[in-house]
Design a protein around this ligand. Sequence first.
Ligand SMILES: NC(=O)c1ccc[n+]([C@@H]2O[C@H](COP(=O)([O-])OP(=O)(O)OC[C@H]3O[C@@H](n4cnc5c(N)ncnc54)[C@H](OP(=O)(O)O)[C@@H]3O)[C@@H](O)[C@H]2O)c1
Length: 250
Amino acid sequence: MPRHPALGGGRIVLIGGSSGIGLATALAAAESGAGVVIAARDGARLEGARAKIAAIGRTPVEAHVLDASDERAVAAFFGRIGGFDHLANFVTAAPDQAVRAGMGLFADTTQDVLEAVFRNKFWSQIFTVRHALGRVRRSIVFVTGQAHRKSLPSYTAAAAADGAIEALARGLALELAPLRINVVAPGLIATPLMATLPAAVKAAFDTRTQAQPVPRMGAPEEIADAILWLMGNDYATGAVLEIDGGYKLT
Ligand SMILES: NC(=O)c1ccc[n+]([C@@H]2O[C@H](COP(=O)([O-])OP(=O)(O)OC[C@H]3O[C@@H](n4cnc5c(N)ncnc54)[C@H](OP(=O)(O)O)[C@@H]3O)[C@@H](O)[C@H]2O)c1
């Protein structure tokens, strides 16, 4: 019995589905019998992900190279792929290592870095929703985080973008009904993103997760499960599902 039978026979678009939480979601969606469309910038990594999902052998898989921070490219992508049932967007706050390295304390962070973070994490959501409208039939899930509820040093821009996305989700849930709009807010999750962080940041994350009621980083599959549950539940809209091992409680 698939874990998310309500998704079987549907078609799910996952922007940033080539790595981490997005790839785990794509694999679990395919296991549940959904067709999957993944999109991301790095063509080689995308092809590796496509092959892994295709190896499940149950449903169609498509992979498209896309920079979700480029609105024209986003418009062309949705024009190409046709109608689908659910959408989720996994793009990260930092678009690249240079911006990631520039995400220091607020007083040391340049305007260019702040804008690059908002462009990748927040504006890419606006672009994908705008051009998915009329094509997406059932639901959209945004992925935020927890730094806007319990602060992390050097994460002010990323936290502000996540807070804005949750506000956007609530407004869209009202305006776009019967399309359902939900959010999954993960705590600290062991994905390839972690390997790109400076050692001091990673060490601080390890200390925080050890203090949680569930004293470890989450697995990408644990977040994917929540995303697919929200997609499949027809009564869930405007919800923020926090899956964080109790991150905020300590
Ligand atoms: N890991 C955590 O601890 C954690 C915690 C809270 C929230 N989150 C959020 O969860 C989401 C997924 O994170 P993750 O840890 O799974 O990261 P990840 O493993 O680095 O995966 C990020 C995915 O987004 C794609 N991407 C990034 N920028 C893009 C762009 N401009 N256009 C298209 N695709 C883009 C990447 O592919 P390309 O680079 O090839 O484009 C990749 O497929 C992010 O929104 C992140 O902020 C993660």
